[in-house]
Design a protein around this ligand. Sequence first.
Ligand SMILES: C[S@@+](CC[C@H](N)C(=O)[O-])C[C@H]1O[C@@H](n2cnc3c(N)ncnc32)[C@H](O)[C@@H]1O
Length: 274
Amino acid sequence: MQEFSVTAPAPDAGAAPDAGAAPDAGAAARDWDGATYDRVADQMTRWGGSVLARLPLRGDETVLDAGCGSGRVTAQLLERLPGGRVIALDGSPSMIATARARLAPHGDRVSYVVADLGAPLPLAPASVDAVLSTATFHWVRDHDALFAGLAAVLRPGGRLVAQCGGEGNIASVRRAIADLGWTWEGPWTFASPVDTAVRLARAGFTAIETWLNAEPTPLEAGAPLREYLATVVLGAHTERLPDEERAAFVDAVAAALPEPAIDYVRLNILATRA
Ligand SMILES: C[S@@+](CC[C@H](N)C(=O)[O-])C[C@H]1O[C@@H](n2cnc3c(N)ncnc32)[C@H](O)[C@@H]1O
């Protein structure tokens, strides 16, 4: 078995210094590669469009895109808001830079915030009419803190419409990582619909609906699969490795998958701020 010399994560990552050690409950957002994500995020963009279709809008609201990434779903959201505004929030400066470039034609209808969704948000209380979030919540360790933060900025009666990785997500990738000797379970919270509904109610949401759907996603074997894994799935793992071992780790995970595909399971969320 190939061995990898797991090191302490970057100082601001807030995680334990040993990949097999304590959970990183306080892990802050980390930076991503916004330009590469923008290029490979076709699947997330498609899912995002379906999730957005669940958000009723008049067209003049202020909507928070919580984890906007490179802004591809945000652009679809702006089309639904000809007289409205979007707050594009993300923890990654690189993602925000890419989103800013993509969304520049929308001018001051978009404001950009680099912030951690696992902490109280730097937005005024009850200042947004709705929250959209796609492919993001599973990167936030503490969902109680996440939902409390969103509830604080959402006006009473405002909708939360979201989708993220849920219980059972990317099981074959996680198995491949474990088979390489990693005991760290990763940065993710892949929550169940029931746990999520309980947490949302506790945070002050009502009219809650949560459910899972499987989204097995085939990818082109070889370099495209490796690039996708490195950019979209394994970033929190590779940042624990010395630079010279990162590519070999991604190659090893790709090689250990039963097929060139990601067995995604999505957690869907609809809720209203009480
Ligand atoms: C897979 S991307 C999804 C981006 C976009 N919503 C989409 O569907 O294409 C996940 C995003 O979540 C952001 N993210 C992860 N953890 C975060 C946190 N704790 N706070 C804020 N953003 C976070 C990442 O920076 C990244 O842009």
